[in-house]
Design a protein around this ligand. Structure first.
Ligand SMILES: *[C@@H]1O[C@H](CO)[C@@H](O)[C@H](O)[C@H]1NC(C)=O
Ligand SMILES: *[C@@H]1O[C@H](CO)[C@@H](O)[C@H](O)[C@H]1NC(C)=O
Length: 282
């Protein structure tokens, strides 16, 4: 009797060490994050759109509590072209969320190094604007809500994608309204967003969390402080975290040899997961 209860205590402890947590993720830790390696998800087609889909393992203790919720991962301009985005999606799946990454750029994302000759950033950004991106996000939301029976969606957006998490934040979001019923997300997280306007922040109808880089020409101190001021004027819960020692893009591609950057990337990921846990799992 005594031996067996000691044994089960040991098993529990061991289980705790392996899975991180048995509860809703109160003890989620960086061990579920993959920075390098081979992605484990797969690409599918839905309504003329390519998705990278990372399914949670059914044996994952986090997955059951999150079965009705999903993560809609909105990428930077590098999209499905860089392995880091897929690996990050896999990490959200290990946190227990079905995770979908739409190809926002029709198979032609920006090259991993935008300074390569022949790539014109201005041209790229002029081509990929709300008029072409919003419908792809609406399609992704439809896939999750109608095809997959998901009722609550959290959207992490990185750089380029950050703006779009705000555009679809809640039914009142800047893009939600014109993209049809249910075309909104329930919680938003943006890491070092670019091109995000005050008008887009002002109308959000979902909780918003931001991870900001210390050095970021696209979301500098002035832009961050302005965003904070506008967030205060919304009636939504919000959080803004500034990560020291980081540059624009750190949430996806940090210098892993720099302990401060690596830790910041991991903390920003956990910031997103905890935000979704808080607002999606009511
Ligand atoms: C399907 O997507 C491609 C871009 O990948 C676009 O050029 C084409 O017009 C789309 N077709 C339909 C039927 O929407
Ligand atoms: C990039 O594209 C823009 C818009 O088409 C054009 O005005 C500009 O000259 C291009 N830059 C280069 C270096 O080709």
């Amino acid at each position: 009797m005594r031996t067996s209860s000691l044994f089960s205590t040991a098993l529990l402890l061991l289980g705790g060490a392996i899975t991180g947590s048995h509860a809703h993720g109160a003890c989620l830790d960086a061990s579920i994050i993959a920075h390098t390696g081979t992605p484990v998800g797969k690409e599918i087609q839905y309504d003329n759109l390519t998705f990278y889909v990372a399914e949670p393992d059914r044996r994952n203790p986090h997955a059951k509590a999150r079965a009705k919720a999903a993560v809609l991962f909105l990428t930077d301009v590098f999209g499905l072209g860089i392995v880091e985005n897929k690996l990050l999606a896999d990490s959200f799946a290990r946190a227990g969320y079905l995770t979908v990454v739409p190809d926002l750029f029709d198979g032609s994302p920006a090259p991993g190094d935008i300074n390569v000759p022949g790539f014109n950033t201005t041209e790229f950004l002029a081509k990929h604007v709300p008029e072409t991106i919003d419908p792809k996000i609406a399609t992704s939301i439809r896939y999750l809500r109608r095809r997959r029976g998901i009722s609550r969606i959290g959207a992490p957006g990185y750089c380029f994608g950050g703006r779009y998490t705000f555009r679809f934040a809640g039914p009142s979001g800047a893009a939600s309204v014109q993209n049809g019923r249910d075309a909104y997300i329930d919680a938003t997280f943006a890491a070092h967003p670019s091109l995000l306007s005050a008008e887009e922040i002002k109308v959000i109808g979902a909780p918003a969390s931001i991870a900001a880089a210390e050095t970021d020409a696209l979301f500098n101190d002035e832009a961050r402080l302005a965003a904070e001021k506008t967030l205060k004027e919304t009636d939504q819960p919000y959080r803004v975290t500034l990560y020291s020692g980081t540059d624009h893009g750190f949430g996806v591609r940090a210098n892993l040899n720099d302990p401060q950057q690596k830790e910041a990337k991991e903390e920003a990921f956990l910031q997103a997961v905890r935000w979704f846990d808080r607002w999606l799992l009511a």
